[in-house]
Design a protein around this ligand. Structure first.
Ligand code: DX5
Ligand code: ZN
Length: 216
């Protein structure tokens, strides 16, 4: 069964705790935490203090997506008892191998993400070391954008490579995921589905989580 990771970028920040507890109760598998620095992407979201303020609540584990330059300087800030994955961008890391080992040194699972314009081959030398590969199906920076279909072919390619080589990473997709395209992405080999506006834009967010879980 596929896993759902609602992105709190699209949550109502005045009711963040309440909404995060509601989606967790409804069956969300991870809380997707989108961190943007205004440099790697043309938008600023929030930092680790916002994420840590959720720590005392009953929530699903965190899946932290760092869309920032110099991620090594901040990885430690995002490590909490609820952090399952920390994901960095291949395009933001000059020494990707070192950054992945840095994440793992905190006993957190390490992921790497690719923008729509970056080929899977950019990860050839790191696939055996990562726990997760995140395929962006929009150019990162904003919620509510339209799904870019080349992500499906990239997921197929990744799934084929991991089967061939026996790699253990999971595949995640992020951007423009709605109820209508989730099944196609799942068939391509995806394991974890990020959805921001499709969850938090719904009238009943708990109901929407359940609808997604049924498709996945
Ligand atoms: C985009 C973020 C996504 C985004 C997804 O830069 O990484 O996680 O919030 O939002 P939707 O599902 O609305 O495209
Ligand atoms: Zn994200």
């Amino acid at each position: 069964m596929g896993k759902l990771a609602p992105s709190i970028l699209s949550a109502d920040f005045a009711r963040l705790g309440e909404q995060v507890e509601a989606i967790s109760r409804a069956g969300a598998d991870y809380i997707h935490v989108d961190v943007m620095d205004g440099h790697f992407v043309p938008n600023i979201s929030f930092g680790s203090t916002v994420m840590k303020s959720l720590n005392k609540l009953e929530t699903a584990p965190y899946d932290v997506h760092l869309m920032i330059e110099n991620p090594d300087d901040y990885i430690g800030d995002f490590v909490t008892e609820k952090t399952e994955f920390i994901v960095v961008h291949q395009e933001a890391c000059r020494h990707l191998h070192r950054t992945i080992q840095n994440i793992k040194s905190y006993n957190v699972k390490a992921g790497v993400s690719l923008n729509p314009g970056t080929p899977i081959s950019a990860l050839d030398c790191i696939l055996s070391d990562v726990d997760l590969v995140l395929i962006m199906s929009v150019n990162p920076g904003f919620g509510g954008q339209k799904f870019i279909p080349n992500a499906i072919e990239k997921i197929r390619e990744l799934d084929r490579i991991r089967k061939e080589k026996g790699y253990g990473f999971v595949i995640e997709i992020d951007g423009g995921i709605i109820l209508d395209n989730a099944a196609d992405v799942k068939r391509a080999g995806c394991d974890i589905f990020v959805a921001g506006s499709a969850v938090f834009g719904a009238e009943d967010i708990e109901q929407r989580v359940k609808e997604f879980k049924q498709i996945l």
